[in-house]
Design a binder for this molecule. Sequence first.
Ligand SMILES: Cc1cc2nc3c(=O)[nH]c(=O)nc-3n(C[C@H](O)[C@H](O)[C@H](O)COP(=O)(O)OP(=O)(O)OC[C@H]3O[C@@H](n4cnc5c(N)ncnc54)[C@H](O)[C@@H]3O)c2cc1C
Length: 410
Amino acid sequence: MSTTVSAERHNVVIVGAGLAGFHLASALAKQGYPGDVTLVGEEPWQPYDRPPLSKQFQLDGDESHIWLAPELGPAVRLLRQCHAQAIDLARQELRLDNGSTLPWDRLVLATGSRARRLPQWGASPRVLTLRTLDDARRIRDALQSVASLLVIGGGPIGLELAASAAALGRQSTVVELAPRLMSRSAPAAMADVLLEHHRSQGMAIHLGRTVVALDEGNAEAVLDDGQRVPAGLVVVGIGVQANDALAAQAGIACDDGVFVDGWCRTTAPGVFAVGDVTRQRNPVTGRFERIETWSNAQAQAQALAAIWCNPAAARPYDAVPWFWSDQGSARLQCAGAITGEQQAWRVDAAGGRVLVHWSGGQVTGVATLNAARDFVQLKKLIVPRPTITPEQFRAPTANIRALVQQALAA
Ligand SMILES: Cc1cc2nc3c(=O)[nH]c(=O)nc-3n(C[C@H](O)[C@H](O)[C@H](O)COP(=O)(O)OP(=O)(O)OC[C@H]3O[C@@H](n4cnc5c(N)ncnc54)[C@H](O)[C@@H]3O)c2cc1C
């Protein structure tokens, strides 16, 4: 496949001043992109980083670590508090909610995703979601005056928040409908280890259960088996949906996410997409998926900047998906597929856990708990396709770094 890029000057408009939009604008500016770059964000703040919002920010409220914008530079025009309302493909214009229009030669959708809600409790001030800085501030304020937090949903962000609340001395409870934690994002065996870890730290976790009623007077929730659990504050953490309405209204192919190819192109000429909002081919599973991770938002945006700034060396984006999740003292890291035909464990001397999956004799997934160095090494074996065997990996004397280097050199 060849790219459609050329060295001519382009007027780039990026919709969404989150992580992906920021990294695209910033990479274009750093690489001296010969065109005008406008970043349109609906939030009132400069771009910020979301991962701290469920972790350190809840503990200390320090906002100084979350701002991304000092790196943006004067080459990028940042429009804040501007909601993009419609794309006119024929005129190559973007309509904003303040009535103005922005012309573009290249339009990039970096609109991210939003938290799913439970409509039955949407009106209660005690039931919140966590996606934005405003959400995080509201949760942090509310946590000051309650004794307990109930998180509905056992995904990474909910577990991070529950661990932060526990560290603040709040009684933390997680209710998850599935029979296990993190069913979409982490291998089952690793999720079981985390379950034990959190329970040993005093977190109450109810699997295979759901909340059927809130008793706000008693600051409790009622589960479907009749149990009552403390719920001074309730945070719904049941995943996200793509902000793809702009694209859908313009007739661009979407299905809970904007379809893109390896060059970040949508089905409309001149319109691209990066970050959480995209539905892209996962190089490990071969399926078109939403990859809702910090590393994807950053790397996909940087890949698009590289494609535009250096068309001669352009290559399609095909990074192996990975993420980290800091849940109290537990650092989970996962890369590639979360299942495989074969799996093997190692536990290191410090208690760190390493789980590797193989399919068709190839390493297809790695998950670690408090074993960051091994994660970095083993991740290199996914997709490049050199491999190690489960026997080599399990051998008690094996040094992971040496094994990986040997495989990569072969
Ligand atoms: C609390 C929290 C903790 C997280 N922790 C981790 C972690 O530990 N590890 C990890 O890998 N990932 C983590 N993530 C996920 C990671 O932050 C996201 O994958 C990443 O932010 C996606 O970047 P994005 O730019 O695609 O979307 P976003 O960061 O959501 O940015 C999209 C922006 O577009 C704006 N926008 C949307 N529509 C419009 C419009 N029409 N007009 C103008 N602006 C618009 C939105 O307001 C938003 O500011 C976390 C996410 C959250 C919320």
